[in-house]
Ligand binder design. Structure first.
Ligand code: ZN
Length: 252
C-alpha cells in the first residue's frame, strides 16, 4: 500500500490581535516554536493518502468513498528557520512547547532531577506535572531541613518562618494543588481547575516558580549575604552588635 503525505497550502486566518505573538493555528506570524523568532508562517494542510495506484490514479482509503477534503492536521513553515510546526486542530503537537522556567542554578542536584522530570512531563500531562512539582518541593524541603520523616504539611510548617510571607502563602497553594492532582474525587476544586485549565498557564507555571523561589530565598540569598558579611571587619561587626544590644534593651 502506498502511503504519502501531501502538503496543501491553506490561506491565513485573520482576526488575531497584532500584539499577541504566541503561536496559534492559522496565524500569519508568531514566535516560531522551533527557532523562537517572530516570523511569518506559511500554512499547509496535511493529507494522508493510503490508496494504491490503479489505472485511474490513487484509490481512496475506503473503496468507493472520496478522499477527505479537510484535514485535522496542519503544518506551519517558519520563514525564518524554514522548519515546520505541526498542529492537530487548534493544538500545537510538535515541537512540544515548554515555557516553564529552568531549574534555579543553585538547586541541589537530586532535586534538579525531579524538577526536570516535572518540567518535561508537564506539556503532556498537567496532572502529572503538578504532582511531580509537589514531589520536587517535598524533596527540596527535606534537603533544606535535613528531615526525612515528616509529612509535607509539617515540612511547610517548619519552613514557613524562614521565608517571606508571600512565598509562605504560595507554598500553601502548591500543597493544596499537588494533593488535589493526586487524589481526585468528584468535582475538582477552584485551584485545581485553575492549574489544569488548558488555556491559562499562570497558576500552573507558579508551581515551578515557587520551587525556584524556595532555592533563591533559602540557598542563594543566605550564601550571598554570608559572602558580603565576610568582607566586613570584625571591629565593625562588634560595634554593630553593641548597637543592636542597646536597642534591644531600650525596646524592653
Ligand atoms: Zn523558525
Amino acid at each position: 500500500m502506498a502511503v504519502s503525505i501531501s502538503l496543501t497550502p491553506v490561506p491565513e486566518e485573520p482576526g488575531e490581535p497584532a500584539d499577541d505573538r504566541s503561536p496559534a493555528r492559522g496565524k500569519a506570524a508568531f514566535n516560531c516554536p522551533v527557532c523562537g523568532a517572530f516570523a511569518h508562517q506559511v500554512w499547509h494542510e496535511l493529507m494522508l493518502d493510503t490508496g494504491t495506484p490503479t489505472d485511474d490514479g490513487i484509490e481512496p482509503p475506503v473503496p468507493g468513498m472520496p478522499f477527505p477534503t479537510v484535514s485535522r492536521w496542519r503544518q506551519a513553515q517558519c520563514t525564518s528557520c524554514g522548519k515546520f510546526s505541526t498542529w492537530r486542530r487548534d493544538r500545537l503537537v510538535y515541537p512540544v512547547s515548554n515555557t516553564l522556567p529552568l531549574a534555579h542554578t543553585d538547586m541541589p542536584a537530586p532535586v534538579v532531577l525531579l524538577y526536570n522530570e516535572a518540567r518535561d512531563v508537564a506539556p503532556v500531562s498537567k496532572r502529572a506535572g503538578a504532582a511531580l512539582a509537589r514531589a520536587t518541593m517535598e524533596a527540596l524541603l527535606r534537603h533544606l531541613l535535613e528531615n526525612d520523616t515528616d509529612q509535607l504539611i509539617d515540612l511547610i510548617d517548619q519552613v514557613e518562618p524562614l521565608v517571606s510571607r508571600s512565598l509562605a502563602d504560595l507554598l500553601m497553594f502548591v500543597r493544596h494543588v499537588g494533593n488535589s492532582a493526586l487524589h481526585v474525587k468528584g468535582e475538582p476544586n477552584d485551584s485545581m481547575v485553575l492549574v489544569l485549565d488548558e488555556e491559562t498557564t499562570e497558576a500552573f507555571n507558579a508551581l515551578f516558580v515557587i520551587v525556584n523561589r524556595l532555592v533563591e530565598e533559602l540557598i542563594t540569598e543566605p550564601a550571598r549575604t554570608a559572602r558580603l558579611v565576610g568582607t566586613v571587619p570584625e571591629t565593625v561587626k562588634a560595634k554593630v552588635e553593641q548597637l543592636r544590644a542597646k536597642r534591644q534593651e531600650a525596646g524592653g
